[in-house]
Design a protein around this ligand. Structure first.
Ligand SMILES: [Zn+2]
Length: 94
């Protein structure tokens, strides 16, 4: 009886740890990838022109970003953009 109870408690503790880890990990990702219209962002891959500053000029189902170096603009589905974006350099509001 005693052994079974200990086993049960271990399982519950394990489950709580898993829940906690999942929640904190997901939260951090979201905070890093917050962006809005007119923000300047850095992508994982720089533009062939050598610049790696992109301004968000349109937001919707698709996101249009414009290279700050040569003015070339690219349209990406939101999901692709989130995968390729590294970080926000300049917030539009600031
Ligand atoms: Zn460029």
């Amino acid at each position: 009886m005693c052994f079974l109870l200990t086993f049960h408690i271990l399982l519950i503790v394990k489950r709580i740890n898993l829940l906690f880890m999942n929640r904190s990990g997901g939260g951090d990702d979201m905070a890093d990838k917050e962006f809005e219209l007119n923000d300047v962002v850095e992508m994982k891959k720089q533009h062939p022109c050598g610049e790696n500053r992109w301004k968000i000029i349109r937001m919707g189902m698709d996101i249009r970003i414009k290279c700050e170096g040569c003015g070339h603009s690219v349209m990406l589905p939101r999901k692709r953009f989130e995968q390729k974006m590294k970080r926000v350099l300049v917030k539009a509001g600031a």
